[in-house]
Structures are given as structure tokens and as C-alpha cells.
Design a binder for this molecule. Structure first.
Ligand SMILES: *[C@@H]1O[C@H](CO)[C@@H](O)[C@H](O)[C@H]1NC(C)=O
Ligand SMILES: *[C@@H]1O[C@H](CO)[C@@H](O)[C@H](O)[C@H]1NC(C)=O
Ligand SMILES: *[C@@H]1O[C@H](CO)[C@@H](O)[C@H](O)[C@H]1NC(C)=O
Ligand SMILES: *[C@@H]1O[C@H](CO)[C@@H](O)[C@H](O)[C@H]1NC(C)=O
Ligand SMILES: *[C@@H]1O[C@H](CO)[C@@H](O)[C@H](O)[C@H]1NC(C)=O
Ligand SMILES: *[C@@H]1O[C@H](CO)[C@@H](O)[C@H](O)[C@H]1NC(C)=O
Ligand SMILES: *[C@@H]1O[C@H](CO)[C@@H](O)[C@H](O)[C@H]1NC(C)=O
Ligand SMILES: *[C@@H]1O[C@H](CO)[C@@H](O)[C@H](O)[C@H]1NC(C)=O
Ligand SMILES: *[C@@H]1O[C@H](CO)[C@@H](O)[C@H](O)[C@H]1NC(C)=O
Ligand SMILES: *[C@@H]1O[C@H](CO)[C@@H](O)[C@H](O)[C@H]1NC(C)=O
Length: 883
């Protein structure tokens, strides 16, 4: 009985609720329209539309109704988890037009699989908010959207705006207050910006991440109602126009990542923007001595400014005293300028500071408690790459809990700072080259949340202690750490992606637990005294491993067959060990991604397997100082990675993965990388016999070719002159005969030449710089004659010599020309890794953001010069210094 009543009651409730829903809350035509829309959704991995069942569509997730009429007024399907939980939509049924009362439509961050934006979206006459950003619509944005005359907020970021940039769009948007057109591929400022209506109504304008060129247009400066203006990441040039001072409502001004330059006076004047909370000028070409605008910059806005980023410009002079009035400052980035002198104590009075970045300047003096004692909100502290020393009482207890500490190249040691032990939330600690001579076990107290630890280039000693479990980047290289690598290292730090223990005194064998580090991309154990054979467990790292340095140890045994499935390996350096046996035939078949292979100075014997020629990405091959024999394979001509293709080669997959390692630091930008690299072939000090194949000269990308100390016979290749990039050529100590081919003088890039100790004869070709080499380049060839040798030629064959005109077409005048040859030379020790930094040369947007990382992580002893040079170049490119 009770049960029956209950059932009736429930039925009644359901029924009445149903009626209620139908009549008051959801119109059937609108419900049907939504269901039609749902039919076009082919994937919904997060079941976001699972509530789209039943009668009352007003209760469906993302649907909002007018609470009096029951009409659908809002459709908000924004993907809350961009880059994973896309709705995949293959069609938008036009019955959606039934939602004629719609005023809010947000489809952002979903996957509309390249279909066109439906023209009928232009018919939602009441629409006030339209957000289609990053929704993967294809084609161009239809003009019909211009009919949305009630629109207040429009976001079309990430869509192709071609048709709108010149269109009449905004005349029909009298109420538009927010316009977001980020990443829309705009080449120029859309002409509609000059429309009078827009300049009155617009409060928020975001044109970031386009290709806007030229200077900031007047039309934009006329928009005096703007509060939020983002022009970051474009190609804007020129100075900040004075008219910007009329934009007195500005609260947020982001001009970062452009090429703006300016005289100090205008920056000086920015103080008139009373409401400014964020001023971001990061990565431009602004310059001037801050002394010039000291005391005048910012005092009046002192109370509003929260974020000030002047980093990566050319500002110089002492750090300004105007810092003091900026009492609300939370983020201060003055990094990568030419600021010098001490850090003023007034920094210590910025009580709300969360981020302080003074890195990459010329600052001097002492950093003490005075600077830090009141900064209780500080989370990010970067002092790296200055001339600072940290002098802090050993019992000092800081008021902050930092997440990020960068103190590379600061004088911090000799002991690990005591106060570090109080930091329990630390995620990143960089103390590269910080004069620390302490035992590694004194480093961490509570650093259990550490994810990145760089203690390279110190004098740290002792054994490897237990390590923080969540570490992903660990660089302990160039220290005095001794003893074995802990047997359980793979269990201890299973998430590590970058592991560098090189240049220490580690001994014993590589522990098998290594295979637990399934995320490992870079493994560097070079320059230790590790011994034994290379464990087969290394084979299990095949999923991600891109760089493996085991060089300069005492490994013996054969070439590790465990590497066979490493299809992603880009750099493999096994040089300077005691490995023996033959080079396996399969490396050419299976190690398809290999770009750099060094087997230098081992005991490999047998011939070079022809399959090596299939390695299409190889651009450095160093097998010098082994016992290899046989002839130089003519198939080397197939090493297409060593051909010159438009002067550059593609990095491909491998670099992208390296970049993944850096994620969480800055990674936010896409990488499409092409760069000039050294291409090196070194077969020296083996037992190769026979002729130098003429085909070798087809490897036109080579910058270094070393065949010295073999038993090669016959003539030098006639067409050697077509190797136009060659900077170093060494054929010395063979049995080559005949004359030096005249074409050689066409190689204008040649910096080192060694043909000594052969049986060459005849005159040394003249022209170009062949005579600028020492006679040691030619000695030991009894029949060779002409300058610079003492021996004179009897026949004048010099008319064959090419004239200086042959140098035409060579890229000249790069005063910063990196001496890739030396990189080639050192490649036997520690090849690669500068490569990662080298790719940073491409897109300014991330180029500048990364270089500090490169400096901190990648300047290892033997690539030191190279990385420095690259870094210098990056810096110069960022700031466009003419020098
Ligand atoms: C109905 O909507 C109006 C305005 O749209 C709002 O002020 C009111 O609080 C809403 N009532 C309910 C019950 O949600
Ligand atoms: C829209 O949905 C209706 C009802 O499901 C269907 O009949 C019609 O073919 C659909 N229109 C398009 C263009 O797919
Ligand atoms: C559009 O949606 C994105 C998230 O998908 C959001 O970040 C952005 O602020 C929105 N645009 C506007 C103008 O509200
Ligand atoms: C979007 O959907 C299409 C079609 O299903 C698919 O091929 C594509 O990979 C998806 N894009 C993303 C980024 O998920
Ligand atoms: C937009 O307006 C134009 C001109 O008034 C008209 O031709 C077009 O059909 C309209 N588009 C939509 C989708 O309503
Ligand atoms: C800027 O505004 C002034 C006065 O309001 C007007 O005369 C001028 O044409 C505008 N300039 C542009 C480029 O819109
Ligand atoms: C600011 O606006 C006023 C009035 O519109 C105008 O006279 C003045 O020239 C503008 N200032 C600058 C620097 O453009
Ligand atoms: C490693 O080096 C230490 C001295 O630092 C020595 O006592 C130990 O025997 C060595 N172990 C191996 C396996 O060579
Ligand atoms: C390589 O992969 C194949 C199949 O994927 C597997 O059978 C073989 O054992 C693997 N070899 C090594 C050395 O891991
Ligand atoms: C290579 O050296 C091994 C000993 O390490 C020897 O057994 C083998 O015969 C040699 N092979 C050749 C081709 O010389």
C-alpha cells in the first residue's frame, strides 16, 4: 500500500515536472534543433553531451534558457580541457537557426574538423557573444557574420580571417566592446579598425600572434576607450607613438615580442597612463640608459602597476630607483638587458612581489637578506648570469616559499645555502656554475617537489644520494661526484626526461633499472669511468630516447644490439671506449633517425657496412681511430643528410621531443625548425685502402672531411671544389699521388687544409686562400712545389688558377660566423646538444624565451664555445645589436 502510494506519487511528480518542463522551460522546436546539432557530433570523449536527453533542454549541460519564456538564449560548449577533450563535429545542422533568441554562443576549442563556419550564424540577430576561437573551422570566415549587429564580444582566434580583414565588418557592430583576433594570420591591421563606432565602443582588443608589420597605426591610437590592448608577437617596428598617451583608460598594454625601438622619452611619458596595471615590453629593441629616465618613469602610476616586463631589450645603466614607488608590483622582469651596478635595496621594499627576474644582465655586488627579507609573497627568483654573489646568514629563515630559483653563475658556495632547506615547494633549482664545493647529500632537505635540478659546473662531491622522485630534468654534470650510479636509480626517478651525469668520477656499471625511466629523452653519462658492457635494458628506452652519450668511459663488448629498436635516436656517441667487433649492418636499417653517430676511438674492426649509406638524416659520422679496413664505400654519395639542400636541413621529430623536455618551463610555441648545421665525415686513423671515391665530392653539405692516417692511394678527387661549404679538409698521411686538383681553390670557406705526407706532386694551385696556409699543410710531399713551400715550380701552370671572382655568391660578412669546424673537432667528445640551442635561431617568439635555458643546461665543456656562440647570436638577433 505504502509502496503503491509512493509509486503514484513519484509518477505524479514526474508527470507534472514533465508538463512544467514542456510548457515553461523548453520549446520543442529548440529541443529538436539541439538534438539535430548533437547528431553532427561524432566524438565526445568526455561525455559532455550525455545530459542532452529528456524533455527539458534547459537543464542540458551548456544550454541556458530565459527563465520567463523558456527560450534557449545561451549555448556554451567551450571545451574546458583544450587539446584533449574535443567534441568532434562534422556538420552543424541549419535547424540550429530555430534558436532565434540565442544571445550567447561559445564553441571554442572544439574540433569542427575543418568544416566551414555556417553562413547562417550571421542570422542570430540577438547574438551578443560569439566565441569560435580555436574551434578548427576551415575555410575563411564568412561575411555574413557582419550581420550580427548586436555583437558585443567576438573571438575568432586561430581562424582564417582573410575575408574580414578588408571587409566592412565593424560598421555593423556598433556595440562591440571586445574583439579577439589572435593567431588569425593577419598580415596587416584590419581596415575596419578605423571605423569610428569601433573606436568608441571597443574596450578589449587582442591582435596578438599575427604577422602585423609596420608601426602602430593611428587608427588604433584613436581608440581611447581601450582598457586592454594586446599586440604581442607580431613584427611591429618603429617607436611607440606619442598618441598612445591619449589612451588614458589603458590597464593592460602588451607589446612584447615585436621589434619596436624607442627613444627613452616616450617610455618616460608612459607614466601618464594612470590606470596601467600591466606593461609588457618584453623582447623588443628598446634602449637607453635608465639613468635618463630615472625618477620620472612611473612614479605617478606607481600605485597601479602590477606587472612590469622590460626583459630582453637593450636598456642599460644602473637599476632604477623608481622601483621604490611601485608598491603594488607583483611581477618585475628586467632580464636580458645591459643593466649594471648593484641591486638597489629598494627592491626589498616591493612587498607584493611574486616574480623577480633580474637574470642576464651585468649586475654586480652582493645579494643579502636586505633584498629578500620582506618579500613574503615571492615565488620566482632569478638572478642567473650576472656577477652577483649571494651572502646570506646561515641561520636566516626566509619569509617566502619559492617555487623557482635560478642562481646560475652566481657566487653562492662554497656550501649549499642553508636556507634552501626551508623551501619545501621548490620545483626548479638552477645553480649551474655557482662555486659550490659541498657534498651532494647536503643539497636537499625537503626538496621533494623538485622537478628540475641543475647543479652542473660546480665542485660537488660525494656519492649520488636519494633523489627527489618527481624530477624530470637532472643535470649534475661537471662535478666531482663519485662512486656508482645507484642500482635503483630507475625506481628512484622514474619520470626523468633529461639526465646528465657527465664529467664526474662515476664508476661501476650502468644499472639495469635504467629501463624504468620510460620518459628519458636525453641520457648523458659521458666522461666518467663507467665500465662493463652496455646493458641490454637500454633497449627498453626506445620509445623516447633521442640522445645517448656514453662516450669517454671504459665500456667494452660489442656494439650494443639493444639499440636495435631505437628508431628515434638522433644522437649516438659511443666514442672513446673499448668497444670492439664489427659495426653491425643493421644500424643503417634500424637507427633511421640518427643524425650524429660517433664511434671514435674504439676497437671496431671490419668494413663499414653498406647499410650505413641508408641513414638519410646522418650529418656527422665519426669512426676515426678504430681498426676499420676495406675501401671507402662509394655509396656514401647516398648520405642525403650530408647534401646541401637550400642551405639547411630539417630537424624533424627529434628536436620536437627534446623541446618537450623543456615543457613546463616556457614551452608554448610551435616548432618548425630548420637550421644550418655542421656536416662532418671523419674516417681518420683507420686502415682504409683504395682510392678516395670521386662520389664523395657529391656530399656538398660537408663542412669537415677527414680521411687522414689511412692507406689511401690514387689521386685526390678532381671535383673536390664542388664541396663549397668545406671548412676543414685533411687527407694527410696517406699515399695519395698526382697533382692537387685546381678546383680546390674554389672552396672559399676553407680554414684548415692538411695534405701533408702523401706523394702529391706538381704546383700548389694559386688563388683563393690556398697560399695562406702554412707550409705544414703541404710538407712531406717531395714532388709538390710553389708557395708556401720553398721548392719552386719550373712550369708556370698558374694560369689555371681561378680568380677571386669565384668567391661570388658565398655568404659573406657574417661577423659572428660560428666556427662550426671546431664543433666538428670536438664532436668526437661530446657531439650534439648545441643543436637544440641552434634551432632556437628560428622564430623570435620562442628564441628569446629559451636562450637562458640553453645556457643553463647545454653549455658543456666541449661544446662550450659553440653554445656560447649560438647564444650570442640569439641574443644579438633578439636585440638586433649592430656591432
Ligand atoms: C531570471 O532572469 C533574470 C534576468 O535574466 C534574473 O534577474 C533572475 O534572477 C532570474 N530568475 C531566476 C529564478 O533565475
Ligand atoms: C538536419 O536535421 C534534420 C532532422 O534530423 C534532417 O532531416 C536534415 O536532413 C538535417 N539537415 C542537414 C543539412 O543535415
Ligand atoms: C573565448 O574562449 C576562450 C576559451 O576557449 C577564452 O580564453 C577567451 O577569453 C574567450 N574570448 C572572449 C572574448 O571571451
Ligand atoms: C579533428 O578531427 C579530425 C576528424 O576526425 C581528425 O582527423 C583530427 O585529428 C582532429 N584534430 C585534433 C587536433 O584532434
Ligand atoms: C547578411 O546581410 C546581407 C545583406 O544585408 C544579406 O545578403 C545576407 O543574406 C545576410 N546573411 C545572413 C546569413 O543573414
Ligand atoms: C583619429 O581621430 C581623429 C579625431 O577624432 C580623426 O580626425 C582621425 O581621422 C582619426 N584617425 C584615424 C586614422 O582614424
Ligand atoms: C590626443 O588627443 C587630443 C584631442 O583629441 C589631440 O589634440 C592630441 O593631438 C592627441 N595627442 C596626441 C599625442 O596624439
Ligand atoms: C669506484 O671508485 C671507488 C673510489 O672512488 C673505489 O673504492 C671503488 O672500488 C670503485 N668501484 C669500482 C667498481 O671500480
Ligand atoms: C625489437 O622489436 C621487435 C618487435 O617489435 C622485438 O621482437 C625485438 O625483441 C626487439 N629487439 C630489442 C633488442 O629490443
Ligand atoms: C674483429 O676482431 C675480433 C676480435 O675482437 C675478431 O674475432 C674478428 O675476427 C675481427 N674481424 C675482422 C674482420 O677483422
Amino acid at each position: 500500500m505504502v509502496l503503491q502510494n509512493t509509486i503514484i506519487f513519484v509518477l505524479m511528480v514526474l508527470f507534472s515536472w514533465n508538463i512544467y518542463g514542456l510548457s515553461l522551460h523548453c520549446h520543442e522546436n529548440e529541443r529538436q534543433a539541439l538534438l539535430d546539432f548533437k547528431k553532427g557530433v561524432i566524438a565526445d570523449p568526455f561525455n559532455r553531451l550525455s545530459s542532452w536527453v529528456g524533455q527539458d533542454c534547459c537543464k542540458w549541460q551548456g544550454v541556458g534558457c530565459n527563465n520567463k519564456t523558456g527560450n534557449v538564449v545561451k549555448l556554451d560548449l567551450r571545451n574546458p580541457f583544450p587539446s584533449s577533450d574535443y567534441l568532434e563535429v562534422i556538420e552543424v545542422n541549419s535547424s540550429l537557426l530555430e534558436l532565434e533568441h540565442l544571445n550567447y554562443l561559445d564553441l571554442s576549442q572544439n574540433n569542427f574538423t575543418g568544416i566551414k563556419i555556417p553562413k547562417f550564424f550571421g542570422s542570430f540577430q540577438k547574438l551578443k557573444y560569439l566565441n569560435l576561437s580555436y574551434a578548427m573551422f576551415g575555410g575563411i570566415v564568412p561575411h555574413d557574420l557582419e550581420n550580427l549587429s548586436m555583437l558585443q564580444h567576438l573571438d575568432l582566434s586561430g581562424l582564417n580571417l582573410y575575408s574580414m580583414s578588408s571587409g566592412s565588418l565593424p560598421s555593423s557592430f556598433p556595440f562591440l566592446s571586445s574583439l579577439v583576433l589572435s593567431s588569425c594570420g593577419l598580415d596587416e591591421f584590419p581596415s575596419f579598425l578605423s571605423h569610428a563606432n569601433l573606436s568608441l565602443s571597443l574596450v578589449n582588443l587582442d591582435l596578438s600572434r599575427n604577422n602585423l608589420k609596420g608601426s602602430i597605426p593611428q587608427a588604433l591610437l584613436n581608440m581611447t576607450s581601450l582598457e586592454h590592448l594586446d599586440l604581442s608577437d607580431n613584427n611591429l617596428k618603429g617607436s611607440i607613438p606619442h598618441a598612445i598617451l591619449n589612451m588614458t583608460s589603458l590597464e593592460y598594454l602588451n607589446l612584447s615580442f615585436n621589434e619596436l625601438s624607442s627613444d627613452v622619452p616616450i617610455i618616460n611619458e608612459l607614466k601618464k597612463l594612470y590606470h596601467l596595471e600591466t606593461l609588457d615590453l618584453f623582447s623588443n629593441s628598446f634602449q637607453g640608459k635608465v639613468g635618463d629616465f630615472e625618477n620620472s618613469l612611473f612614479p605617478s602610476i606607481g600605485y597601479s602597476l602590477k606587472t612590469l616586463k622590460l626583459g630582453d631589450n637593450n636598456f642599460s645603466g644602473h637599476l632604477p630607483n623608481w622601483l621604490y614607488p611601485l608598491k603594488n608590483l607583483e611581477i618585475l622582469d628586467l632580464s636580458a638587458n645591459h643593466f649594471d651596478g648593484p641591486i638597489p635595496e629598494s627592491v626589498g621594499a616591493l612587498l607584493r612581489l611574486k616574480e623577480l627576474d633580474l637574470s642576464d644582465n651585468l649586475l654586480t655586488g652582493v645579494v643579502s637578506e636586505v633584498h629578500l627579507a620582506k618579500l613574503s609573497k615571492l615565488k620566482f627568483l632569478s638572478l642567473s648570469n650576472n656577477f652577483l654573489s649571494l651572502k646570506i646568514r646561515s641561520n636566516w629563515i626566509p619569509p617566502f616559499q619559492l617555487d623557482f630559483i635560478y642562481m646560475s653563475h652566481c657566487e653562492v658556495g662554497p656550501q649549499f645555502p642553508e636556507w634552501l632547506r626551508t623551501q619545501t615547494t621548490l620545483m626548479v633549482l638552477h645553480m649551474h656554475n655557482s662555486d659550490i664545493s659541498d657534498s651532494l647529500s647536503n643539497c636537499y632537505g625537503n626538496l621533494s617537489s623538485l622537478e628540475t635540478l641543475d647543479l652542473s659546473y660546480n665542485q660537488i662531491y660525494g656519492k649520488v644520494p636519494p633523489l627527489p622522485r618527481h624530477i624530470t630534468i637532472l643535470d649534475l654534470s661537471n662535478n666531482k661526484i663519485s662512486g656508482p650510479i645507484p642500482k635503483n636509480i630507475g625506481h628512484m626517478i622514474p619520470f626523468v626526461e633529461f639526465l646528465n651525469l657527465s664529467n664526474n668520477s662515476l664508476n661501476g656499471t650502468i644499472p639495469g633499472s635504467l629501463c624504468k625511466m620510460q620518459n628519458l629523452v636525453v641520457l648523458d653519462l659521458a666522461f666518467n669511468t663507467l665500465s662493463g658492457t652496455i646493458p641490454s635494458s637500454i633497449g627498453q628506452l626506445q620509445k623516447k630516447l633521442g640522445t645517448l652519450h656514453l662516450n669517454n668511459n671504459k665500456f667494452h663488448g660489442e656494439f650494443p644490439s639493444a639499440l636495435r629498436n631505437h628508431t628515434r635516436l638522433g644522437i649516438l656517441d659511443l666514442g672513446e671506449n673499448a668497444l670492439s667487433g664489427e659495426i653491425p649492418w643493421w644500424i643503417g636499417k634500424d637507427l633511421v633517425a640518427l643524425q650524429i653517430l660517433s664511434l671514435r676511438s674504439n676497437r671496431f674492426n671490419g668494413t663499414i657496412p653498406p647499410k650505413v649509406c641508408d641513414m638519410a638524416n646522418l650529418h656527422i659520422l665519426d669512426v676515426s681511430r678504430n681498426n676499420l679496413s676495406g675501401t671507402i664505400p662509394t655509396c656514401f654519395r647516398n648520405l642525403s643528410g650530408m647534401l646541401l639542400l637550400n642551405g639547411s636541413i630539417s630537424f624533424g621529430q627529434y628536436t620536437q621531443e627534446i623541446m618537450q623536455v623543456i615543457k613546463g618551463i616556457y614551452l608554448e610555441y610551435h616548432i618548425t625548425s630548420e637550421v644550418e648545421l655542421p656536416f662532418n665525415l671523419d674516417l681518420s686513423s683507420n686502415n682504409f685502402v683504395g682510392q678516395i671515391p670521386e662520389e664523395l665530392t657529391l656530399l656538398t653539405g660537408l663542412t669537415g672531411l677527414n680521411l687522414s692516417r689511412n692507406h689511401l692511394t690514387g689521386k685526390m678527387p678532381e671535383n673536390i671544389g664542388q664541396m663549397k661549404r668545406l671548412e676543414s679538409l685533411d687527407f694527410s698521411s696517406n699515399h695519395l699521388s698526382g697533382s692537387i686538383p685546381p678546383s680546390i681553390s674554389a672552396i672559399s670557406t676553407l680554414e684548415t687544409l692538411n695534405l701533408s705526407f702523401n706523394n702529391l706532386s706538381g704546383p700548389i694551385p694559386t688563388g683563393s686562400q690556398l697560399q695562406t696556409f702554412e707550409n705544414s699543410s703541404y710538407i712531406g710531399n717531395s714532388e709538390l712545389c710553389g708557395f708556401p713551400l720553398q721548392r719552386k715550380c719550373f712550369h708556370d701552370e698558374q694560369s689555371h688558377a681561378p680568380s677571386h671572382n669565384d668567391r661570388k655568391g658565398q655568404p659573406e660578412g657574417d661577423h659572428l660566423k660560428i666556427n662550426w669546424f671546431y664543433i666538428g673537432i670536438v664532436s668526437g667528445f661530446a657531439v650534439g646538444n648545441w643543436g637544440v640551442c641552434a634551432v632556437l635561431l628560428f622564430k623570435k617568439t620562442w628564441r628569446c624565451a629559451y636562450f637562458r635555458f640553453c645556457d643553463d643546461i647545454y653549455d658543456w665543456l666541449f661544446v662550450f664555445v659553440a653554445v656560447r656562440a649560438v647564444r650570442l647570436k640569439i641574443k644579438l638577433k633578439c636585440s638586433e645589436v649592430q656591432d
